[in-house]
Write a protein that binds this ligand. Sequence first.
Ligand code: G16
Length: 557
Amino acid sequence: MSKANVKVVSTKPYEGQKPGTSGLRKRVKIFQQEHYTENFVQAIFDSVKPEGFTLVVGGDGRFFSKPAVQKIIAIAAANGVKKLIIGKDGIFSTPAASNIIRKYKANGGILLTASHNPGGPDNDFGIKYNVSNGGPAPENITDKIYEKTKSISEYKLVEGPEVDLSKIGSTEFAGLAIDIIDPVKDYLELLESIFDFGLIKSFLHGPSGQKVLFDGLHGVTGPYARAIFVDTLGLPESSVQNCVALPDFGGGHPDPNLTYAHSLVEAVEKGQIPFGAASDGDGDRNMIYGAGAFVTPSDSVAVIADWAHVIPYFKGGLKGLARSMPTSGAIDYVAKAKNVEFFEVPTGWKFFGNLMDAGRLSICGEESFGTGSDHIREKDGLWAVVAWLNILAAANQDKPGTGIKDILLAHYKKYGRSFFSRYDYEEVSSDAAHKMVSALDAAIKDQSLINQTFDSATGEFAVAQAFVFDYTDPIDGSVSRNQGQVLRFADGSRVVFRLSGTGSQGATVRLYVERYTTDPSQFEKDTAEGLKGLIEVALRISKLKEFLGRDKPTVIT
Ligand code: G16
């Protein structure tokens, strides 16, 4: 491309282009402001110096994706990028994009998604930069991008006709090579190389086969799910629902939890379907839910780790296990029993990447419905769903008729049960949220809570420890501070307070509660019942209702 084609456009910085837990997420209308998207893309390029790079571009297909892809093409061409690998129609699920970056040895990728946040003209859009290991950029890069956004004065682009994203094949734009590829094929091949599809198929079609229902919540996983469940596993069309990907997710909130994935919950309960699952807008989250059996994400990753030996990918053993700090300790017990290394990292999938690259981590998960392994560097919704099917298939070989609930109860019997729940207070005033955090910080600093005992409907809770979670990456030594406030009680129960880094409006306060028991009479108890007293105490200590002016959380997971 001749330099003459490059147009330099003057611009001014926009405030607030700071990437959060996973990229920059804002309302579509914010991204649509003049130069807003271009500024951020140029800031990425100014930070990573992409001359000669091959980059992967795609996302969950939400509203504003297509114009964003065209803008990225024009800016990439002007910034010396060599090649873009783009999913047909601008589509890649987040795990598929991570796989493409790794498989085709790209230098990185730009993912267009706001994950589980609703889409459409009045909802959210997002841009995230991933690095060459296929994972989200670490904080040193996102900090640099943010710095660039604060002083940006121009961006570069090449003007030209829009690239037709609907045609698979190679093309070019002002000297920039472009490959438009099938977003599903490589991902399906990847899963087939990980799991025992033969075993799963014979289980599902055999005498103890269970009915399956996957709900795509109109997110990006629709075509992926159809390829897996219908085309590969030979299940009927009725085994998938809401699997047409829509730019506004059909007006829903594509977040696989008991509140937002009610379409799955209702269908599973109505049809008494033994195995149900859902994924989110960009396909990295998952929920496992069979009739009468909800698997908390913290339990899910622990069960997968415990059963890893039945999954061909892990035949050589586990390198290590990990969870994010607020996630329950269920997986810790598995790591201990298996005598493998274990890590507790801050919230954010990016923190697992270094451990995986160093060959020290195989399976990890987060309470926020994220589960995955070192096959890629993002969490992977469909991977978790197929992992559960693989586990059920293996369990049914030994004991026909084994269902989700049997697997869970056997797990609790072996390791004990960690009751876990998260209360979200969404879109509260940032000011109020920060005041609550400061008050907790003060109590942690002066240690005034230690040894105080709080009464509740289900007994007493004495505070044993109060601290702020800081993390030092064991691989590169980088330090991430203020990752949540933790109260530990004498009976081992734990309460964590954290501000979300993925909201797009105001602040979201998260309260995480966990209580561990080895008492078999509690294994079938309802989570809310198991945590009742502890939640009361957490609310009292934090004065959450007073600070936030909210009587109830927006979402309970
Ligand atoms: C992102 C991150 C996850 C994190 C989640 C919630 O998920 O990738 O690691 O656990 O946000 O973060 P927060 O509590 O800060 O809102 P996703 O699925 O939104 O990309």
